[in-house]
Design a protein around this ligand. Structure first.
Ligand code: PLP
Length: 385
């Protein structure tokens, strides 16, 4: 019999199944019925900002063959990303530490392969973004899941790390995080980053939701630790999911190893997308208007959902998610979401994807859709039991 590799056992990313169910339901609706409201997807509906589209169009018309770039990306984009660290965090960052990747998703295998060996243990707090664990397992690494709770805003603490035995080789954090939308304060991030550096634990900080924060200040792990790997992307604040561009800020010891891996695995991120991404930095007015819309939807839902039977929602500091505890209503979030979709046409994600132990009692609402849809969803949920 032929052997099947460990990667072939990667579980599905369940949100994708919910998206498929919502698509099918929408397609089957009789003409004139109210549309399905999409609160399961974690992608801005706005598309790339106008300046990015224009730069891409000019590049297409300009006759540039748009071939491969260097593995770490166009020099001008790397320099622009480095400047972004000064603009947002007051951090002087050398462009040589920036690696442009195929979205944040493309950065994960590069980071994990460069930093860890088969069998190494990598800690992270549940609930988590499912691909972290699925990729770790596919690469032969061992996730050490910390059951985080609302008291710690679903983020790991140093006490949690000190309790782990054996000590992990790495720690993945995300602030704001997906699915809970909660954040670490800058001082908490600094303490975690310094603890990891002092204890030989490689910190990987997923900062993809930076720019989408409403209640707390942001800080980058790159400011606090010379050994941390920072991962970010143009998919969320920059609203460019399908362009597949992200970046890493690398510590000195991993620059060349990650470059070699990137050359072998991806060659480069899409050239046209790199051109568009660089132009997106000049589109702050349009992008900040998106953030203002998310903030209004967040505020409306936070006021309306408790009266609609969702009183227990994680601190909604950032990203565009509300993570609600529904244990008083059900232990089967999957069936609950299926019923919600069937009865009131609101699609949301069951928590099991993000937390295999407790996720039967949680649900994630994404509020990055059109503002009118988010208000309509609140109204439909209020009239549903
Ligand atoms: C926490 C987190 N990290 C990474 C990603 C992947 O982003 P990208 O589109 O840049 O690959 C997502 C996507 O939803 C996410 O929520």
């Amino acid at each position: 019999m032929l052997k099947i590799g460990r990667g072939a056992h990667a579980p599905p990313f369940m949100v994708m199944d919910v998206i498929a169910a919502a698509n099918a339901r929408q397609a089957a609706l009789p003409p004139g019925s109210p549309a399905i409201i999409r609160m399961e997807v974690g992608q801005p509906g706005t598309g790339a900002p106008a300046g990015a589209l224009q730069a891409a169009a000019e590049a297409l018309r300009g006759g540039d063959p748009l071939g491969y770039t260097e593995a770490f990306g166009r020099a001008s984009l790397r320099a622009r990303i480095a400047r972004h660290y000064d603009d947002w965090y007051g951090l002087d960052l050398a462009p040589s530490r920036v690696a442009v990747t195929m979205g944040a998703s493309g950065a994960f295998p590069l980071a994990f392969l460069a930093a860890f060996d088969r069998g190494d243990r990598v800690a992270l707090a549940a609930p988590f973004y499912p691909p972290y664990v699925n990729i770790l397992v596919a690469l032969g690494l061992e996730p050490m899941v910390i059951q985080a709770g609302p008291h710690g805003r679903y983020q790991p603490t140093i006490a949690d790390l000190e309790r782990l035995d054996p000590r992990p080789d790495g720690l993945i954090i995300a602030s704001p995080c997906n699915p809970a939308g909660t954040m670490l304060d800058p001082a908490e991030l600094q303490a975690l980053a310094e603890w990891c550096h002092a204890h030989g634990v490689r910190l990987i900080s997923d900062e993809i939701y930076h720019g989408l924060h409403y209640a707390r200040a942001i800080a980058t792990a790159a400011a606090f630790s010379p050994s941390a790997i920072v991962i970010n992307s143009f998919s969320k604040y920059f609203s460019m999911t399908g362009w597949r561009v992200g970046w890493m800020v690398l510590p000195d010891d991993l620059r060349r190893p990650v470059e070699c891996l990137a050359q072998n695995m991806f060659i480069s991120a899409p050239h046209i997308a790199q051109v568009a991404a660089e132009a997106a930095f000049a589109c702050t007015e349009e992008l900040d208007a998106n953030v203002a819309r998310y903030r209004r939807s967040r505020d409306h839902l936070l006021a309306a959902l408790p009266q609609a039977g969702f009183p227990d929602i994680a601190a909604a500091d950032g990203a565009f998610y509300l993570y609600a505890e529904i244990g008083a209503r059900t232990n089967d979030a999957q069936a609950f979401c299926a019923r919600m979709l069937a009865e009131i046409g609101v699609a949301a994600s069951p928590g099991l994807d993000f937390d295999r132990q407790r996720g039967g009692r949680t649900i994630r609402f994404s509020y990055c859709g059109p503002e009118a849809d988010m208000r309509e969803a609140a109204a439909r949920l209020a009239s549903w039991r």
